[in-house]
Design a protein around this ligand. Sequence first.
Ligand SMILES: NC(=O)c1ccc[n+]([C@@H]2O[C@H](COP(=O)([O-])OP(=O)(O)OC[C@H]3O[C@@H](n4cnc5c(N)ncnc54)[C@H](O)[C@@H]3O)[C@@H](O)[C@H]2O)c1
Ligand SMILES: O=C(O)C(=O)C[C@@H](O)[C@H](O)[C@H](O)COP(=O)(O)O
Ligand SMILES: [Zn+2]
Length: 368
Amino acid sequence: MTIIPVSGGAFAAYDVVVGRGLLAQAGAHIAPLAKGRTVIVTDETVAGIHAQALTASLTAAGVTSEIVAVPAGEGSKSFTELERVLDRLLEIGLDRKDVVIALGGGVVGDLAGLAAALFMRGIDFVQIPTTLLAQVDSSVGGKTAIDTPRGKNLVGAFHQPRLVLADIDVLATLPERQVRSGWAEVLKHGLICDAPFFDWLAGGGAAGAKGDPAALVRAVIRSVEIKSAVVGEDEKEAGRRALLNLGHTFGHAIETEVGFDEGALAHGEAVALGCCMAFRYSAGEGLCSADDVARVEAVVAAAGLPTRLDQAGSFAADRLLALMAGDKKAEGGALTLILARGIGQAFVAKGVDAAKVRAFLIEEGATA
Ligand SMILES: NC(=O)c1ccc[n+]([C@@H]2O[C@H](COP(=O)([O-])OP(=O)(O)OC[C@H]3O[C@@H](n4cnc5c(N)ncnc54)[C@H](O)[C@@H]3O)[C@@H](O)[C@H]2O)c1
Ligand SMILES: O=C(O)C(=O)C[C@@H](O)[C@H](O)[C@H](O)COP(=O)(O)O
Ligand SMILES: [Zn+2]
């Protein structure tokens, strides 16, 4: 078991516990936080596979729980499901001492976290991430949100969890495509600030993209260490935290354009494609080398992730550009992109010229 603390700024410090067999021990970890009841927010798929182990563990630790399940998939990051979850919390009669437990992937974590942030102006919540993506990224750092047809994560709150329990064993039931999707955020962490980690992911660690548990443990721990350090320094994305958005300005616009249809394009797939686009844009600006681009594309492709826009569909440049202008990093209508001077050397570029980005999108295959 490895414990990675997340601390800094104005929020209460918490631990991310990474290990095997943690779901069965969850009750013992959560009992000291839960003075009253707990509600497990999960999705219908995860409920059928992992909820029983969690409720048994909570009961054994003397913690009462109820389950609220939402449909699986990105569509649940919606006003409709948020309202439904909040209404269930009210109906159950939760109070401010009670705790919400998010058991699931990034969708459940983002939705349940936002519900916890809003319920009676904020109650505690615990993250039990069950996808690789959620273990390496979304369960840590307190970004919670729903989508709107106008864009990804546009309605949300910063609300840090009190505890994160990342049980590597629950990943054994995860479909291969979801493992690959989470792997994209792992690669992203190496690309942002850790070239030796990226080298390992490209070599000995590559087995993680195929579900090898030993590689996954190392990938989760290093990812959480990187994310924890960034969030501890800049909880609300005033500066450095924007680096964690590498690949997302392009990726979120593409996800929105495909209608948040994860059957067509999962979040991690959009991020992988977006990282390749960010490196190609950087190379076009003379910031990084063509060799860097070729290496990023090769490692992304070897993990079974998309590298080119046409793999996600057909897009109009102006539509993608309009969505990118609505990104939360945009300032006064000017674009902010996360670019790179090389592998492990990402930086925040403000005031990026929209005309250049439009020309780049057309080079990438978007229609004029
Ligand atoms: N808050 C953040 O910092 C942050 C970071 C990254 C991504 N996100 C968000 O996370 C979301 C994507 O999360 P995701 O990729 O985990 O998707 P997801 O939550 O939709 O999970 C993917 C699928 O896997 C299933 N599943 C989950 N755990 C399983 C298990 N152990 N076994 C079998 N099936 C399982 C789910 O039911 C779902 O169908 C996006 O909305 C993205 O915007 C948020
Ligand atoms: O934690 C962060 O900060 C991130 O940017 C992590 C991203 O992987 C994640 O997809 C996040 O939800 C994107 O945030 P947003 O602010 O661009 O909506
Ligand atoms: Zn992401």
